[in-house]
Design a protein around this ligand. Structure first.
Ligand SMILES: C[S@@+](CC[C@H](N)C(=O)[O-])C[C@H]1O[C@@H](n2cnc3c(N)ncnc32)[C@H](O)[C@@H]1O
Length: 371
């Protein structure tokens, strides 16, 4: 736990989910820069829209100044913020998912530049559609993470925008809202899928084309499944893997899971288009946590980063969850880049780990729960 001192008070902030020996802080200088800017330059009005906060540094600090609404695509970020609100005995922060209308006009906006340019683009377009003309908008990010196209993109969607001074390797950008949609963002995109083109909303994995790992995974799906098997597409993205299963085994009961709102929205639309009569459910959350079912089969093409942090810690959490939620004799089927060495982690969780397919780049593992 660390203490963040900001212009309106102090907050105790954890990174969630909690990890033993956590070394990373739950905020950075780009957050602090935005809070200092809010203190120095914000309007009299105190309602702040915060976008893409990850652990609550922005939302909770702004919440100690006035009313706050947070918007972002990530279920985990929304959960982290609420957990830290609880830790600090604060009321839950109102949340607005991408594409949802705002229920009040904020006096100013503070926004962390997201990792995905596509998500940034769609969020800027959304701001154009939601904010009264002249509402100040501040963006910030750490220098090493900032896209070159940021200012031109702000100018395109907001009609104005400029870079300001840097501070401790963070940079600030400012603009005002145009009060109308200047340009529609070019989303959703379409990519190849098992039965035809799939919808992919902004920022969802594999925006331009079918991921080569997913393509290989589709060639190595389970050879047989009981007719009414329960199956989970864990980290489903646009739903491509689950749709591959439904194409072969139309009577299975499939649960699509993802922590990204726009991923699940894509998967929902794709299932509606290609398998409208399938028995499916959609779970928005951290992997399988909160899902009570046991699965005969869990399919996973795991993430290899968590925001800007690259690593296999999310994959390992999903493996652990899967190992606990397989039915007797059930199978976790995982694809990974060869160099990631998933077999070592999987070997600690499952006594039976086989290679179901491999090429120079990828390995597909089949991990069985005991009967
Ligand atoms: C490598 S992509 C795979 C997407 C899709 N299954 C495919 O093969 O194209 C990993 C997916 O996991 C999702 N994800 C990341 N962390 C997650 C978590 N903790 N719980 C659920 N989904 C998560 C990401 O949003 C992303 O859609």
């Amino acid at each position: 736990m660390y203490e963040l001192t900001h212009p309106w008070g102090t907050l105790s902030l954890y990174r969630w989910p909690r990890r033993r020996n956590e070394t990373l802080q739950a905020w950075d200088n780009a957050d602090q820069y935005l809070l200092n800017t809010l203190e120095a330059r914000a309007q009299q009005g105190k309602e702040t829209l915060v976008i893409n906060d990850s652990h609550g540094a922005l939302s909770l600090a702004a919440g100690q100044r006035g009313a706050v609404i947070h918007s972002g695509d990530s279920w985990l970020a929304q959960y982290n913020i609420q957990q830290n609100a609880d830790e600090n005995s604060m009321a839950p922060i109102r949340h607005c998912w991408p594409d949802e209308p705002l229920d009040a006009a904020p006096d100013q906006v503070v926004m962390r530049v997201p990792k995905s340019l596509a998500l940034l683009e769609s969020q800027l377009a959304w701001l154009g559609s939601q904010l009264p003309e002249g509402t100040p908008v501040w963006l910030s990010g750490m220098d090493k993470h900032l896209p070159r196209q940021l200012v031109p993109m702000m100018q395109r969607y907001l009609g104005n925008g400029q870079a300001e001074y840097g501070w401790k390797k963070a940079r600030l950008f400012s603009a005002t809202a145009p009060g109308k949609i200047l340009v529609e963002a070019p989303f959703p995109c379409k990519v190849e899928g098992p039965a035809g083109p799939l919808v992919v909303h902004a920022g969802v994995f594999s925006q331009q084309q079918l991921d080569i790992g997913a393509r290989f995974f589709l060639e190595h799906l389970p050879e047989s499944l009981p007719e009414k098997a329960t199956v989970a597409d864990l980290g489903c993205g646009n739903g491509v893997i689950g749709l591959g299963i439904l194409r072969r085994y139309p009577h299975v009961q499939l649960t699509f899971c993802d922590e990204s709102w726009l991923a699940l929205k894509s998967a929902r639309e794709n299932v509606g288009q290609y398998c409208p009569h399938a028995t499916v459910t959609f779970h928005h959350g951290d992997g399988l946590s909160g899902v009570n079912d046991r699965f005969d089969c869990i399919l996973l093409n795991p993430p290899f980063h968590d925001g800007h942090t690259v690593g296999d810690h999310v994959a390992r959490r999903l493996f652990r969850q899967a190992s606990k939620q397989l039915a007797e004799g059930g199978e976790l089927r995982v694809i990974g880049n060869r160099h990631l060495g998933y077999h070592k982690v999987l070997g600690r969780l499952f006594s039976d780990v086989q290679v179901a397919g491999s090429n120079k780049k990828f390995v597909v593992f089949s991990c069985r729960a005991p009967k």
